[in-house]
Design a protein around this ligand. Structure first.
Ligand code: NAD
Ligand code: UD1
Length: 328
């Protein structure tokens, strides 16, 4: 049994990692400042994990969180592109300063490996699809810059300090527990909640932009493989499915599943937005043994089923805390 620290473990992807680690009888500790995550995401595992409410930038919390840890799954970050444009400094502090602080402390604590939640946003609008790890990056937003800096720090810590790190460039992850209540939430959580609440989904631009939407189980699998893969230290891997779909087609697919098709409301395309995104996953297949198991449609069905059960409670709680307001 190994001890895993999941930073950002009260968030969407982090809490899915926590559940899978417990399933595999591993020991789990979470460090989370609950800025975008929620304790409720860990309700069903309460008593089986150690939870530290603290910030990556608080040295005492970090030291406590890393004591005796074998592997770190570093998910903590502020994940939104538009939020980084509205407030680049806050995003930078968590995503860049926080990642550097974590790496320094992990080195001191003698951690075996840090697996880092990197982002496909690093590619920006490079004209060629699919995106391959060898392409030069072209970040289009403060968020994308910060996520890329985290990768560079990871590689340098492997080369200079012999702290093993692996960066996983996630491509638009979706699934149960993705928070739909903030204006900065991921598009699928917002579309599903709009359709279930019989409200018009908001589409930024013409809706012909596309994404390699990836069900969260695939990201979980990739993290656990990345902890053990022998030739992965210091490297960067795309984690997607290898298929892209436009927002317009996504709305059609959701309409079929939910049985409700309110007319979308179009707004201007977002600044810093990537037009098309599609992963080449051959490096992850080769080095990690990664193979996506859950496809888009099946993932959507599971996600819709979860929101049907939980949406009312999520919005009630968010209205109480004011989280549904822009800037929250
Ligand atoms: P999330 O907001 O649900 O989870 C992030 C968690 O980090 C939250 O629980 C939040 O409270 C915590 N956190 C933020 N700043 C912190 C800090 N300074 N100290 C401690 N905890 C902090 O987001 P998510 O979608 O689960 O994203 C997880 C990670 O994956 C992020 O690093 C994100 O950049 C990356 N990522 C996500 C996607 C996606 O499509 N969701 C794609 C690419 C990369
Ligand atoms: C997402 C992730 C980011 C990750 C990146 C790369 C979130 C919040 N963002 O960014 O962490 O690093 O993928 O994988 O999880 N849109 C609408 N209507 C909406 C919301 C969004 O039309 O209500 C559009 C956006 O303009 C964009 C697309 O949908 O074109 C996707 O947006 P979003 O879900 O915010 O994700 P990314 O910006 O791709």
């Amino acid at each position: 049994m190994a001890l895993y620290l999941v930073t950002g473990g009260a968030g969407f992807i982090g809490s899915a990692l926590v559940r899978e680690l417990l399933q595999r009888n591993e020991q789990v500790r979470v460090l989370d400042n609950l800025s975008t995550g929620k304790k409720e995401n860990l309700d069903e595992v309460r008593g089986r994990i150690e939870f530290i409410e603290g910030d990556l930038l608080d040295p005492r919390s970090l030291e406590e969180a890393l004591r005796g840890v074998h592997y770190v799954l570093h998910q903590a970050a502020i994940p939104s592109v538009p939020r980084s444009i509205a407030d680049p400094l806050t995003t930078h502090r968590s995503n860049v300063d926080g990642t550097l602080a974590l790496l320094v402390a992990a080195k001191q604590a003698g951690v075996r490996r840090v697996v880092y939640a990197a982002s496909s946003s690093a590619y920006g609008d490079t004209p060629t699809l699919p995106k391959v790890e060898t392409m030069p990056p072209n970040p289009l937003s403060p968020y994308a810059v910060g996520k890329l800096v985290g990768e560079y720090y990871g590689r340098v810590f492997t080369d200079v300090y012999q702290l093993e790190t692996v960066s996983l460039r996630y491509f638009n992850i979706f699934g149960p527990r993705q928070d739909p209540t903030s204006p900065y939430s991921g598009v699928l959580s917002r579309f599903i909640s709009a359709l279930l609440r019989n409200e018009p989904p908001v589409v930024f631009g013409d809706g012909e932009q596309s994404r390699d939407f990836t069900f969260v189980a695939n990201a979980v699998q990739a993290n656990l493989l990345a902890c053990a893969a022998p030739n992965a230290a210091g490297k960067v891997y795309n984690i997607g499915v290898g298929q892209r779909i436009t927002l317009n087609r996504t709305l059609e697919a959701l309409g079929n599943i939910i049985g409700n098709r309110p007319e979308p409301h179009h707004e201007d395309a977002r600044a810093g937005d990537v037009r098309h995104s599609l992963a080449d996953i051959s490096a992850a297949r080769r080095d990690l043994g990664y193979e996506p198991t859950a496809g888009f449609e099946e993932g959507l069905r599971q996600t819709v089923a979860w929101y049907k059960e939980n949406l009312a409670a999520l919005f009630k709680q968010a209205d109480l805390t004011g989280a549904t307001q822009p800037g929250a």
